[in-house]
Design a protein around this ligand. Sequence first.
Ligand code: PAF
Length: 283
Amino acid sequence: MKIITTIGEMKAAVRVVKDREGTIGFVPTMGCLHEGHLSIVRAARQKTRVTIASIFVNPTQFGPHEDFKAYPRDLDRDAAMLEREGVDFLFHPSPGEMYFEGHRTYVEVHDLQDKLCGRSRPGHFRGVCTVVLKLFEIVRPDVAFFGQKDAQQAIILQRMVRDLDLDVRLEILPIIRESDGLAMSSRNTYLSAVERRAGLVLSRSLREAEVKIGKGERRAETVLAAMREMVGRESLARIDYIEAVDTDRLEPVLEIADGTLMAMAVYIGKIRLIDNLIVRLEK
Ligand code: PAF
């Protein structure tokens, strides 16, 4: 695996492999890799000829009071994991390489960026879209791979690709969970043992929703009330949002239908965790 830190070098390598090898699969990450990332890398390896991963903790997607500085970074460990998975190139630019002094251009996906996580993280998706578009331009992938764990991010990026006619296809891979149900996330490393146990309430309440829906309940408010009640009983948990929305406009739905997104963000102590479920109704 070749590690590349400059945009110029990455573009030059892409020019060579595009001609010689064919399809490029791209896995953008912020590092602190876990099994969820690796499952995405494996999908990329299976489906495309050349796999490029990036590790870049993107400053523009963090709010002023968020964890940009504290975000866990361990390049050696991450690079070894990617190498073991057979990744061909790792792009690891510095913030200065990606954002020149005086950077003024941003990408916004209006409306969608202000819902759900966007309400408590203003500017977050603008930062995500901006860096992902820049990375697409540098890596020129045929297929880019993202996780369903960040459901809103996936929906917004799909819209950006469509609205800007970008020449890339996105593949969204399922959430990978710990054996006890906790959705894998780099931020789980912040949790104490007690908080980690409390964090299980997210996946438990989604399972509760699934059971209710499986038994035929279709009223969103009834299902959401049960989820909120369950989370409310966990003393370390504070709900940011628990919603049932459509995946096109991210607007709340009254009736749960096939494809409804049940999405939640909950603070466990100071740590904000997210999780979600796309409802699949038996036909
Ligand atoms: O999902 C992430 O890790 C980040 O938001 C991404 C897509 C790498 C952009 O910085």
